[in-house]
Design a protein around this ligand. Sequence first.
Ligand SMILES: *[C@@H]1O[C@H](CO)[C@@H](O)[C@H](O)[C@H]1NC(C)=O
Ligand SMILES: *[C@@H]1O[C@H](CO)[C@@H](O)[C@H](O)[C@H]1NC(C)=O
Length: 260
Amino acid sequence: MEETPLLPLLFLASLLSCNAHQAHLTVSPSSSQFFKGSLVTLHCEEDDGSAHSSFSLRRNTSKKLMIQCGDDFGIWSVSSCTISYIYTWDSGVYWCESKEGPISNMVNLTVTGGSVILQSPVLPVMEGDDVTLLCKTKTTPSNLPAAFYKDGSLIRKQPTGHMTIQHVSRSDEGLYKCDISGHGESPSSWITVTDRPATTVLPTSGTPETSQTSLHFDFTLIRYLVVFCPYFISTLIIVSLYQCRGNDPSISEPMSQGIE
Ligand SMILES: *[C@@H]1O[C@H](CO)[C@@H](O)[C@H](O)[C@H]1NC(C)=O
Ligand SMILES: *[C@@H]1O[C@H](CO)[C@@H](O)[C@H](O)[C@H]1NC(C)=O
């Protein structure tokens, strides 16, 4: 009877994962870097499409931790947070929360007082996809030639300020920045590459290398649990019912008699 204490635990775990709401945090305009003074909207989108007034959006910055949109910064309305004039001290990590805690992906935003930004994907990029990075200046409307760096080393010089990485793989993961001659350098941003979701079983390939990828991995795992938990619970109920009958002679005897 080794599995007996395990069953209620498993049952509880699956119940908890069933009740957990999941949401996606998206950023508009879609960029992880902004010029000071930009208008930025962050949106918490519930995965099942239902409305949840109990949502909130929180952030950690270098100055303040766990502060909430609507109370401490920005304007909160219909699951969206609008920051009408973003400052450099708004740089930080943002996420959506329900009463139970964080329920979405985390997003890093970097706000610069300088004149160059790198527009890179806010969300992790899926392995095999193409990714385009754009190096922009604050003052020049047209795209200027730019140099792109990964983990501190120059990787490419592009005449139009765009760089496309085709069929991204894990090795493309890293800290990117760009430089426009005569204008300056952008801040650095992480680009994270995730596995394509497996079609059959839980994704097991690839060891999470950074806290960021492991967070995303946990998120994927929770989503799988949510999908499989109705099946999981009914299996557990059947298994526990079966065990009760097997252990109780008063139940199993009439049953076997009935079969005979
Ligand atoms: C935000 O700060 C709190 C308090 O230090 C910490 O517990 C939490 O893990 C931080 N969250 C993120 C996403 O950095
Ligand atoms: C956010 O930025 C920090 C510091 O650069 C990095 O360690 C972390 O992995 C990033 N997280 C996300 C979700 O991009």
